[in-house]
Design a protein around this ligand. Structure first.
Ligand code: 13P
Length: 257
């Protein structure tokens, strides 16, 4: 973390977990466990149907609300889709774009990711853009080239004004849901690479101000070490975000002096 230059964010990604009827209890429990956050912004990215209640109860617990996806289209005949404007109407602040599960199971490509990022920014939503390599890509030494391509593709056409609202999350696919966390050094190395790509595209000042998260089996045990790295500005947390005690411990790790 580097709190002097950029915001620390601890974001939970509920994925397809938590019913609307479970949101209030979660928010209330978390509120009792976390003192007023001094350094970090806490976010929960909830399923679409949880968002209306999330806007009430999570906000009361001082937690910002995000979605996990949105359509690249503004409106119209796209059965089953949810538009950015619908999220904005609820006053949702963040939206995860290009999570590896969406790329893997729902056919999202770097080009649709780019369209979604631009659509979100035009509506004033803050995208949390996910990038990351598979185990095989890492074995073959392709991590840096892949990250370089994914970041550049996601941000193609994003202006210098807009980039300030973008959060990037490095999520190695091999670390997601496996218990197999990247080491703090591995994670920091890729985050540093991402920052240097941003520097090349937007300049040093913007790169220094960009929040770059790590995600992939981050938990209450490894959070402190990961967050101590200079280029890891927070976490995108799946499994551990579902359990208030675990998520609170990660937030508290980010709040340490
Ligand atoms: P886990 O923390 O369950 O590994 O999930 C990480 C993730 O995909 C967050 O978006």
């Amino acid at each position: 973390m580097n709190r002097k230059y950029r915001k620390t964010i601890i974001a939970g990604n509920f994925k397809m977990n938590k019913l609307p009827s479970e949101i209030r209890a979660f928010a209330e429990e978390l509120k009792t466990l976390v003192p007023r956050a001094r350094w970090c912004e806490t976010v929960i990215c909830a399923p679409f149907v949880d968002l209306p209640l999330g806007m009430k109860y999570l906000k009361e617990a001082r937690i910002s609300v995000g979605a996990q996806n949105m359509s690249e289209h503004p409106k119209g005949a796209y059965t089953g889709e949810v538009s950015g404007e619908m999220l904005r109407d609820l006053k949702v602040k963040y939206v995860i774009i290009g999570h590896s599960e969406r790329r893997q199971y729902f056919g999202e490509t770097d080009l649709t990711v780019n369209e979604k990022v631009k659509a979100a920014l035009e509506l004033g939503l803050q995208p949390i853009v996910c990038v990351g390599e598979s185990a095989r890509q890492r074995e073959l030494g392709l991590t840096e080239a892949l990250i370089n391509y994914q970041v550049r593709a996601a941000l193609a056409g994003v202006t210098e004004e807009q980039i300030r609202k973008v959060v990037i999350a490095y999520e190695p696919i091999w670390a997601i849901g496996t218990g197999n966390t990247a080491t703090a050094e591995q994670a920091n190395e890729v985050n540093r690479t991402i920052r240097s790509i941003i520097r090349g595209l937007y300049g040093a000042r913007t790169a220094r101000a960009t929040t770059i998260l790590y995600g992939g089996s981050m938990n209450e045990k490894n959070a402190y070490e990961l967050l101590a790295q200079p280029d890891i500005d927070g976490g995108l947390i799946g499994g551990a975000s579902l359990v208030p005690e675990k998520f609170a411990a990660i937030i508290n790790a980010a709040n340490q002096e």
